[in-house]
Design a protein around this ligand. Structure first.
Ligand code: 13P
Length: 254
């Protein structure tokens, strides 16, 4: 059985003090649940949020990292640095691909580096609106998934998390339908994993949906057997809506 997982991606929001307040509110509002919860603050808030959540069931993740351990890479953060504060790291988010020109090779290096240091990658894949309209959704998602994982062992792949985030659904208020997300996840994400690493790996990897998830629509996704939870942007910035999503997920997966 795969444990349900809800991840909050705070993106470029929250100072350290604001992040601490939000983390405290989430910690206080979280009832005992079967859902694993992760929050991903910006780098500058990681130590402060880690301090608040230490000893709680809520895990901390980062939003990005460099693939080298150290070196002359001005402005970058390495997996060695993240390990002090995090268990998880989001890799290949569409905003990184779109605005910072990360390609499948960059993403592959980052995934491998995270695993090398014991961080769990949350690998993001998903098609743009133009790709969807051109009928390329399946091919894009399969290629991104396959290329990000090249060179890994089945055992390494089984432990990671993949988030299917259609780019057109991010921050638009226009979520995918649950049926659509389930179809892409089962056929293209798990299908690709099965081909490359075997059916058992495809069954073990946790796969999330992301894109305009709210407490109102989360049930539509997590009621599907192939969708293990969500990667949440905007609705993770307020404790009330983030907790609502967690509690709805627990109910749906019970
Ligand atoms: P929204 O939930 O704001 O659409 O963002 C989704 C996302 O990109 C999470 O990584």
């Amino acid at each position: 059985m795969r444990q349900p997982l809800i991840v909050g991606n705070w993106k470029m929001h929250k100072t350290a003090a604001e992040g601490q307040a939000l983390a405290r509110a989430i910690r206080e509002g979280l009832h005992a649940t079967t859902v694993e919860v992760v929050v991903c603050p910006p780098f500058t808030a990681l130590p402060a949020v880690h301090a608040v959540l230490h000893g709680s069931p809520i895990q901390v993740g980062a939003q990005n990292m460099h693939w080298e351990d150290a070196g002359a890479f001005t402005g970058e953060i390495s997996p060695v640095m993240l390990k002090e504060w995090c268990r998880y790291v989001i890799i290949g988010h569409s905003e990184r691909r779109q605005y910072f020109h990360e390609d499948d090779e960059t993403v592959r290096r980052k995934v491998a580096a995270a695993l090398r240091h014991g961080l769990t990658p949350i690998l993001c894949v998903g098609e743009t609106l133009a790709q969807r309209e051109a009928g390329q959704t399946g091919a894009v998602v399969a290629t991104q998934t396959r290329r990000a994982l090249e060179g890994l062992t089945p055992e390494q792949v089984a432990g990671l998390v993949i988030a299917y985030e259609p780019v057109w659904a991010i921050g638009t208020g226009r979520a995918a339908t649950g049926a659509d997300a389930e179809e892409v996840i089962q056929r293209r994400v798990r299908g690709t994993l099965a081909e490359a690493f075997g059916a058992e790996v495809a069954r073990r990897v946790r796969v999330l949906y992301g894109g305009s998830v709210t407490p109102e629509n989360i049930g539509e996704f997590v009621c599907r057997p192939g969708i293990d939870g969500a990667l949440v942007g905007g609705a993770s910035l307020k404790a009330e809506s983030f907790l609502g999503i967690i509690h709805e997920t627990a109910r749906a997966k019970a």
